[in-house]
Write a protein that binds this ligand. Structure first.
Ligand code: 13P
Length: 254
């Protein structure tokens, strides 16, 4: 029997919320989810908003994450932020390889791998994102593309490193479009990711890996997605920007 995996529900605020807006959202969210202990809850604000949100959530059951990091600890990398800087600002998590970064900022599988390693070295849990475009899905290449992304990002990581990260499957065509993958579509890809990890790292590591789904997750569809055996959480964009909708997603068990 596979071990129970504690679900992770993470909000990716993307480029929304100033420090004061973010702190206000965090203060509103905090009491709405304070009774939930069987889900790991995370919010990922923009860099400049992180300290105010971390302060507003100090001592709560809501963790804070960054949305990106550089793979070096410090150096002449204008405009970049490192893992140790995020950790020092109050983060325990960081999103790595989001499709918006891959598509708009040229991130590669190799870069995602280096970032995941840097996050782990800084004691941050990377949320490693993968997902196919609409054209790739329509060409029947979903599992090939996601398999390549997983191999590129996680290949060569130790079993202990895999245990310290989570994967988020986010089909690009479902992000911000209101078009969620069906629970069966999500489950098919999640199961394929888990099977790939079983091959590369063994059954135990694979059984322990948490795989989140992202792409138009809403209070109305989260329950059905979470009912799938290989869906272990959600990475939420738009619906994480208001306390009521994000809290409703966190409280999906009702
Ligand atoms: P939406 O929930 O707005 O579709 O965004 C998903 C996402 O990209 C989370 O990282």
């Amino acid at each position: 029997m596979a071990p129970a995996r504690k679900p992770v529900i993470a909000g990716n605020w993307k480029m929304f919320k100033t420090a004061s807006e973010g702190a206000a959202l965090a203060r509103e969210l905090r009491p709405k989810v304070s009774m939930i202990h069987d889900v790991e809850i995370v919010v990922c604000p923009p860099f400049t908003t992180i300290p105010a949100v971390a302060q507003a959530l100090a001592g709560s059951n809501v963790g804070v994450g960054g949305q990106n990091l550089h793979w070096e600890q410090h150096g002449a990398f204008t405009g970049e932020v490192s893992g140790p800087m995020l950790a020092d600002a109050g983060c325990r998590w960081v999103v790595v390889g989001h499709s918006e970064r891959r598509q708009l900022f040229g991130e590669t599988d190799e870069g995602v791998h280096r970032k995941a390693k840097a996050a782990l070295a800084a004691k941050l849990s990377p949320i490693v994102c993968v997902g196919e475009t609409l054209a790739e899905r329509e060409a029947g290449r979903t599992l090939e593309v996601v398999g390549r992304q997983i191999g590129g990002a996680l290949g060569g990581l130790s079993d202990g490193e895999i245990a310290g990260l989570v994967v988020a499957y986010e089909p690009v065509w479902a992000i911000g479009t209101g078009k969620t993958a069906t629970s069966a579509q999500a489950e098919e890809v999640h199961a394929a990711i888990r099977a790939q990890l079983a091959k590369s790292h063994g059954q135990k590591v694979s059984d322990g890996l948490r795989i989140l789904y992202g792409g138009s997750v809403k209070p109305e569809n989260v329950k059905e997605l979470m009912a799938q055996p290989d869906v272990d959480g959600a990475l939420v964009g738009g619906a994480s920007l208001t306390a009521d909708s994000f809290a409703a997603i966190v409280r999906y068990r009702g």
